[in-house]
Design a protein around this ligand. Structure first.
Ligand SMILES: C[S@@+](CC[C@H](N)C(=O)[O-])C[C@H]1O[C@@H](n2cnc3c(N)ncnc32)[C@H](O)[C@@H]1O
Length: 275
């Protein structure tokens, strides 16, 4: 089906917005889309499965989605109230970041995540070892308030269930009729290139290998799994049981300004048993 692409309302490291057409062309039909690593939701927003199960281990992100799903327009206008010129100074940004890190008020914390995402530096999402959000002030002239994008997310989320958890819990609860799209933190391109810290705690090579093992297991039960990742020796070996598509993707978010060129990515479809 052809329709205009919908942008996620959050800027998110590793967002698949730019390759969503390639991804949905390879996703089989099914009753429910399951995303164990939902991030900004670029894929669920641009597909039309009758139901979706969207998971991430970042509780702040999932609480934001649940709040938006439940409160809709009232919450969108609450988020808008933070997008004012008085809040676009370094001093105010760091005050609001501290409020975000201390508050137990879920609606306030969720609205502040939208604010921090647009007023913070370069679309980064980064936490320190204690779990405190620590992205510096971005110094943008007039940050964009993603009102239309939030409304779209709200409408699309009415058929979705959101959970906070580890990908292994989600994969072990798979049911016939599910289609999985797994977009884990990237394996590093080189041993020193590991910059993807989405929430306290990284994502190890053992977890990458476990994801590939679980994908093959689900495929063996007739549940298709599409995984995206960097194109490396490791992923080529880990995904050898899958049908592989290779892509060249423009990279914008990097802590290394020299590394902004094109990067090889793979889409690996685990589907049924292959001999
Ligand atoms: C590459 S991003 C997903 C991007 C998403 N496809 C998009 O288009 O925005 C990976 C996500 O996995 C989440 N994550 C990291 N480790 C996880 C784990 N062990 N279980 C579940 N989610 C995890 C991160 O919080 C992050 O949102």
């Amino acid at each position: 089906m052809l329709y205009r692409l919908v942008r996620p309302f959050l800027k998110w490291p590793g967002s698949k917005y730019r390759i969503v057409n390639e991804i949905r062309a390879r996703l089989p039909h099914g009753k429910r889309l399951v995303e164990p690593f939902v991030g900004s939701g670029a894929v669920f927003l641009n597909t039309d499965y009758p139901a979706c199960w969207l998971n991430d281990n970042n509780a702040d992100l999932v609480n934001l989605y649940r709040t938006l799903k439940a409160e809709g327009e009232d919450f969108i206008q609450y988020c808008r109230s933070f997008f004012v010129p008085e809040n676009n100074t370094a001093e105010r940004y760091y005050e609001l970041r501290e409020t975000f890190n201390e508050t137990k008020d879920v609606a306030l914390k969720s609205a502040l995540l939208v604010y921090l995402n647009r007023y913070g530096y370069n679309g980064l999402v980064r936490y320190n070892a204690q779990g405190g959000y620590n992205v510096p002030f971005g110094q943008y002239k007039r940050p964009y308030f993603p009102e239309a994008e939030m409304r779209h997310f709200y409408h699309r989320s009415q058929d979705a269930e959101f959970t906070v958890g580890d990908f292994t819990e989600v994969m072990s609860a798979a049911k016939p009729g599910d289609v999985f799209y797994c977009d884990p933190p990237y394996v590093p391109l080189s041993p020193t290139a590991s910059f993807t810290t989405y929430s306290a705690g990284g994502f190890s090579m053992e977890q990458q290998a476990e994801l590939a093992r679980l994908a093959a297991e689900l495929a063996g039960r007739g549940i298709p799994v599409l995984i995206s990742n960097h194109d490396t020796d490791f992923t080529n070996s880990a995904y050898r049981m899958a049908q592989i598509t290779r892509l060249q993707v423009q990279r914008f978010i990097s802590c290394d300004g020299d590394n902004r060129g094109k990067v090889g990515e793979v889409l690996a479809l685990f589907e049924g048993a292959r001999s």
